[in-house]
Unconditional design. Structure first.
Length: 259
């Protein structure tokens, strides 16, 4: 199958699951968006081997058609800490960090631009299914500051570490508890990374999107927590990457890391 045929198959499968009839667009960009939207709204459940085979081939090719970046490719660094601007789903590292919500199931809003949605969309439906199994066994929502590790499936990384950051009400300032909880997120991810002997880990900007944590304060907490951890522990980590997307975040972290 070519990409167009793969998308037709995947869309047909997901619409059949929903017992829906949807007008499938002709152009490839619209088909990609429709497939991603159907993945986004799909509840965790078993899926056929045929679906997984086609989905994995399609998503893997999508990943391989991107420019992938390894830890050794990143030049802006100070000691074990590195700064990189770009799409975290193109990092070919041991682990990437996902800013999740307390359900840990990914974002259900079709085509939403949050990191949670982007990671799940690039990984495939297996990621939501694995997260569901973890949460079912846990029997409760994930607490703020905690983290869980899963496979990365069709991402170029080996693992995804999911952590739940503090949410700040619009117009409010973070409390000390909020700041401590954000630091806990970074520590939890670092501890899990060490527990799995990861050597390169990439953090997104936890809690600074829809969770409204002030960007500069969040960056200060993030860098301070990672530096303290690396200086205080015999870690397997050889490189901790702060991955930023916006220019604003880039200049905030650049001042903190490389001056």
């Amino acid at each position: 199958m070519n990409a167009n045929e793969q998308l037709d198959f995947l869309i047909d499968y997901l619409t059949d699951e929903r017992n829906e009839v949807i007008d499938v667009p002709d152009d490839i960009k619209s088909k990609k968006d429709l497939f991603r939207s159907l993945m986004n709204v799909r509840m965790p459940s078993e899926v056929s081997k045929d679906f997984l085979k086609v989905q994995d081939e399609y998503l893997t090719n999508e990943t391989l058609n991107k420019t992938l970046t390894s830890a050794s490719d990143i030049s802006e660094r100070k000691g074990k800490i590195a700064l990189w601007q770009g799409d975290i789903t193109t990092l070919k590292v041991d682990g990437i960090v996902n800013a999740a919500n307390s359900k840990l199931l990914g974002c259900f809003i079709p085509l939403h631009n949050c990191i949670d949605n982007i990671i799940h969309s690039s990984a495939g439906v297996q990621l939501r299914n694995e997260c569901y199994s973890i949460m079912k066994n846990q029997g409760a929502d994930e607490e703020v500051g905690n983290a869980k590790i899963t496979g990365a499936y069709n991402l170029p990384s080996k693992y995804v570490i999911h952590t739940v950051g503090p949410a700040i009400p619009q117009g409010s300032k973070p409390s000390k508890n909020d700041c401590d909880a954000l630091a806990d997120c970074y520590r939890s991810c670092l501890e899990i990374a060490d527990g799995h002997q990861l050597e390169a880990l990439a953090f997104c900007c936890i809690s600074t999107g829809v969770f409204n944590f002030p960007k500069k304060l969040a960056a200060q907490i993030a860098v301070k927590t990672v530096e303290k951890y690396l200086n205080s522990n015999e870690s397997s980590l050889k490189c901790v990457i702060f991955d930023v997307f916006s220019d604003e975040d880039y200049f905030i972290y650049k001042e903190l890391i490389v001056g």
